[in-house]
Design a protein around this ligand. Structure first.
Ligand code: CUA
Length: 182
């Protein structure tokens, strides 16, 4: 038998398993099991992808909550687009809109305080990626993703979109400020 001629024995699947073949099947199966159990292990002990919750929402409902937060806690505006920067109370629920091709608004959080970060898309799939921490969350339309996070170090962090979302995907970047708590 070769790769181009058909097997001489047409019942090739009934031949006994070769030792080498059997060994490789066992190795592959064991490795599959290792990879499988690494998923829950890494979810608990890894630092990259946090446990998050998701709830149904609509763009209108999510925009209303975000706007209410901006109206109350806006501290300044940044960039030529006048993106509001909000400094919500420590420990509160904070909202971030993903849309073509913008993160809205900019959040200013306090070091060492725990927040509930709500994310939702207004149009289609975007990817929230916080750098350099490398926290990544897919942001789907009609879902409100909630992640509980505690910034541990003051500084300016970058938010980029890591799901291709159209012509200006590469410009969909923003900042997240973490300041020392007063
Ligand atoms: Cu939003 Cu890519």
């Amino acid at each position: 038998m070769s790769a181009i001629s058909p097997p001489t024995n047409r019942l090739w699947w009934k031949q006994p398993l070769d030792r080498v073949e059997g060994t490789w099947i066992v190795i592959a199966f064991v490795w599959c099991m290792v990879m499988f159990f690494m998923m829950p292990y890494w979810h608990v002990y890894g630092k990259q992808n946090l446990a998050n919750e998701a709830y149904r929402t609509t763009p209108e409902a999510f925009t209303a909550k975000t706007t209410a937060m901006i109206d109350k806690f806006k501290v300044r505006e940044e960039t030529a687009l006048k993106i509001p920067v909000v400094h919500p109370p420590a420990g509160s629920d904070v909202y971030l809109i993903a849309r073509l091709w913008q993160w809205y608004p900019m959040l200013e959080l306090e070091e060492g305080k725990t927040y509930r970060l709500h994310l939702a898309s207004m149009d289609w799939l975007h990817g929230f990626s916080l750098q350099p921490e490398n926290i990544n969350i897919e942001v789907h339309p009609n879902y409100e993703h909630v992640v509980t996070l505690t910034p541990t170090r003051a500084g300016t962090y970058g938010i980029i979109c890591n799901e291709y979302c159209g012509i200006n995907h590469a410009t969909m970047a923003s900042r997240l400020y973490v300041v020392k708590s007063k």
